[in-house]
Structures are given as structure tokens and as C-alpha cells.
Design a protein around this ligand. Structure first.
Ligand code: AMP
Length: 210
């Protein structure tokens, strides 16, 4: 089954062949139509299964500014929370690659580095933010980011994120996002703490198990 049958805009599918993506992986073929139709998604999938494109491609499709310019707004419309700086950098790079035809700005935010370049990047405006929870909270406290425009929220590697003690930060962040939004949660395991987040932050999610 080719990518074009999943409902994605052809402009996003064509460049995938150049990356060597001839057909979707199972997590992609199951998740992409769910996100495109606007349902919340709970995906049980390990790293290495192609999960970044599984949430990234439909997110970019839904937020894309066809023929327009990036918003230049300080209110991102897409937010991806990840547990570590390494994953933040990786997801950022992948979203930039997948989103190149869509004319969206993707900004990455993580701790352990100077916050100033991140202030500048946010000031220039951004459509999608990829962030680790701790540093995102710093930005919220400094009022350098406004989450009131988030339409699509992704919690990636949620079990790792909560294992690392980010539950209070994740809750604070979700509370600042609009209630009317689409939420996807990707996790290798679904322990009780993840069940709590699902109950609290998601609306009747469709489930994908890989
Ligand atoms: P991820 O699980 O998102 O970290 O992806 C794991 C690896 O699979 C990355 O190197 C991706 O570039 C690659 N990948 C993702 N989707 C596909 C696909 N449909 N076909 C081939 N490779 C892919």
C-alpha cells in the first residue's frame, strides 16, 4: 500500500521516495488515517518502527500552509513533547525533512544549552515546537511561548518521559493547551501512570498496537 492511499497530500508523499520510504511501516499505515480524520490516537510502538513519520506526516498535513508563508506567530499550532534532548534533535530534524514542502517552521527546545537562541527562534515565530518538558516550562514561566494556539499535541515516548519524573511538568503543559485539540500518545508500554494521562488528556482515543 503506497503512502498516497493514506489520505496525505501528494506534495508530502512525493519526497518520501527520495528518503527510501517506498511504503509506510505498519505504525504509519495504521496511525496516519486516524490522525488525518481528527481522532485522538494511542499508539503502542517502540522506537525504530517509523513512529516519527506516523505522527509527523499527518500533523504537517493538517497544519500546512499550502502556497502561503509560515505563520511567523509566537503561538505554535503543533507541539511534540519528548523525554530527551537527543530525541528532540532527532524529531526536529525529521519534521523539518518531512515538512519541507509544507512551508512550516519547526523549532526545537531542550535544556542543558543556552536559552537565548531559543528565545530568538521563538520570537521569529514558529508553527511546530518540539520540546523536552523541563525547558518548555522555563519558557512558559518567562512568557516566551504561548500554548493557547496548540491544535495538535503529541506525547512521544510517553512511558520514558513519565519514568524520568516529568509527570508534573507534562500536566502543567497540557493544562496550558486548549481543551479543543487533537492529542496523540506514543509509548512502548502502557503502565498505570500512562492510563492516568490517557483518561485525563485524551478523548476516546483510537488504539494502534504494533
Ligand atoms: P523512527 O521510529 O521514527 O525513529 O524511525 C526509524 C527509522 O526508520 C528512521 O531512520 C526513519 O528514517 C526510517 N523510516 C521511517 N519510516 C520509514 C519508511 N516508511 N520506510 C523506510 N524507512 C523509514
Amino acid at each position: 500500500m503506497p503512502f498516497s492511499t493514506l489520505g496525505l497530500s501528494p506534495v508530502l508523499c512525493t519526497p518520501l521516495a527520495r528518503l527510501g520510504y517506498t511504503r509506510p511501516t505498519p505504525v504509519q499505515s495504521e496511525s496516519i488515517p486516524i490522525v488525518l480524520e481528527g481522532s485522538d490516537l494511542l499508539a503502542r510502538a517502540q522506537t525504530g518502527t517509523g513512529k516519527t513519520a506516523a505522527f509527523g506526516l499527518p500533523m504537517i498535513d493538517r497544519l500546512s500552509v499550502r502556497g502561503g508563508r509560515p505563520s511567523g506567530s509566537r503561538r505554535p499550532r503543533g507541539l511534540v513533547l519528548v523525554p530527551t534532548r537527543e530525541l528532540a534533535q532527532q524529531v526536529h530534524q525529521s519534521l523539518q525533512t518531512y515538512g519541507a514542502p509544507a512551508n512550516l517552521r519547526v523549532t526545537v527546545i531542550f535544556g542543558g544549552v543556552s536559552i537565548r537562541p531559543q528565545f530568538q527562534a521563538l520570537r521569529r515565530g514558529t508553527d511546530i515546537v518540539v520540546a523536552t518538558p523541563g525547558r518548555l516550562i522555563d519558557h512558559m514561566q518567562q512568557r516566551t511561548i504561548d500554548l493557547s494556539g496548540v491544535e495538535i499535541l503529541v506525547l512521544d515516548e510517553a512511558d520514558r518521559m513519565l519514568d524520568m519524573g516529568f509527570m508534573p511538568d507534562v500536566k502543567k503543559i497540557i493544562q496550558k493547551c486548549p481543551e479543543k485539540r487533537h492529542t496523540s500518545l506514543f509509548s512502548a508500554t502502557i503502565p498505570p501512570i500512562i492510563e492516568t494521562i490517557i483518561q485525563w488528556a485524551m478523548k476516546d482515543p483510537e488504539t494502534v498496537e504494533i
